[in-house]
Design a protein around this ligand. Structure first.
Ligand SMILES: Nc1ncnc2c1ncn2[C@@H]1O[C@H](COP(=O)(O)OP(=O)(O)OP(=O)(O)O)[C@@H](O)[C@H]1O
Ligand SMILES: [Mg+2]
Length: 289
């Protein structure tokens, strides 16, 4: 190899560690926009969802303040399926989850879960009535409170604190690892245990839909695998419908039934997780390949 080749910049890939590449973040953005010119058809999105969507987002225009981030964005996922959004920083991936949970301003379009139009429900109503839970991450655990106190907080919308405790007990039965630490301050948990607590807290309300933003962020590899195993169990054994965002595109697409590549607030590509993993453009731009 000529010495000059070593001058290639090593830059950080999209959650896939450091890769030898000459593609800059700006270039990824430009090239992704090119693929975005012809997005998938609604028929294709329906087909991927098994023709019976449980969560459907229809021509959504949403953003923050007066700024529109999502432009006529549509999404379909069937009951018990999982969908992963990937794409460049700032594409609007988190904004999709925020919009489903009621954290954005909605300028047009709708969000449906089952037969409910949830577009204009508050976040509390979404959790209580529509069975949608948003998994808060990282600094959302109260370190000074015990593990069980943190879990009880997941049931704050229940009729009584006693109901919340009963619901929390069910979650402890499912995760003995967490139960064993119930009286410990949450601040002493390992990164992986903390993520388990964050997921568990969302489960207290027995939601049907889990919105998960970057479950692998900040975790060591062995904990990343643990988190995906937990999500896999929730999907396949408990029938939860999962919409996730994952910077670690390879992990996310390996996990999910459906993948969307989001670019500038619109879907550039949609396919099964496997199809996107095998797509050379996706590989080059998002998998560091
Ligand atoms: N609370 C907010 N108020 C105003 N603008 C916001 C807010 N949150 C995000 N934005 C803007 O919306 C756009 C999309 O952000 P979003 O967080 O959805 O991107 P993302 O695809 O999740 O990116 P990342 O991969 O970096 O997490 C960005 O331009 C961002 O600056
Ligand atoms: Mg984000």
């Amino acid at each position: 190899m000529p010495a000059d080749d070593n001058d290639n910049q090593r830059i950080s890939g999209y959650g896939f560690g450091t890769v030898d590449t000459v593609i800059s973040v700006d270039q990824v953005q430009r090239e992704a926009e090119k693929i975005a010119d012809e997005g998938p058809t609604l028929e294709r999105l329906d087909e991927l969802a098994g023709d019976e969507a449980f969560v459907s987002i229809n021509n959504l225009r949403a953003g923050y303040g007066k700024m529109e981030i999502l432009h006529e964005f549509s999404l379909r996922v069937g009951k018990g399926q999982s969908l992963c959004l990937i794409g460049p920083n700032g594409a609007g991936k988190s904004t999709v989850l925020h919009s489903v949970f009621g954290f954005t301003n909605i300028f047009g379009g709708s969000v449906n879960v089952g037969s409910l139009d949830v577009t204009n429900l508050t976040s509390s109503q979404k959790l209580r009535r529509a069975g949608i839970a948003y998994i808060l991450q990282d600094k959302s655990v109260f370190g000074g409170m015990t593990v069980e106190e943190n879990l009880w907080m997941g049931g704050y919308l229940m009729d009584t604190p006693a109901d919340a405790k009963v619901a929390a007990e069910k979650v402890f039965e499912k995760y003995p690892r967490l139960a064993a630490r119930r009286t410990k301050p949450a601040g002493v948990l390992s990164g992986g245990e903390r993520r388990l607590l964050e997921i568990s807290r969302a489960l207290v309300m027995e939601p049907d839909v889990l919105l998960v933003d970057e479950p692998s962020i900040g975790l060591e590899p062995r904990f990343i695998d643990m988190v995906f195993e937990i999500l896999d169990d929730l999907q396949h054994n408990e029938g939860k419908t999962i919409v996730m965002v994952e910077q670690n595109a390879k992990k996310g697409l390996e996990f999910a039934d459906i993948g969307y590549v989001l670019v500038s607030g619109q879907t550039a590509l949609a396919g099964t997780g496997e199809e996107l993993l095998a797509n050379p453009e996706v590989g080059r731009l998002f998998l560091g390949g």
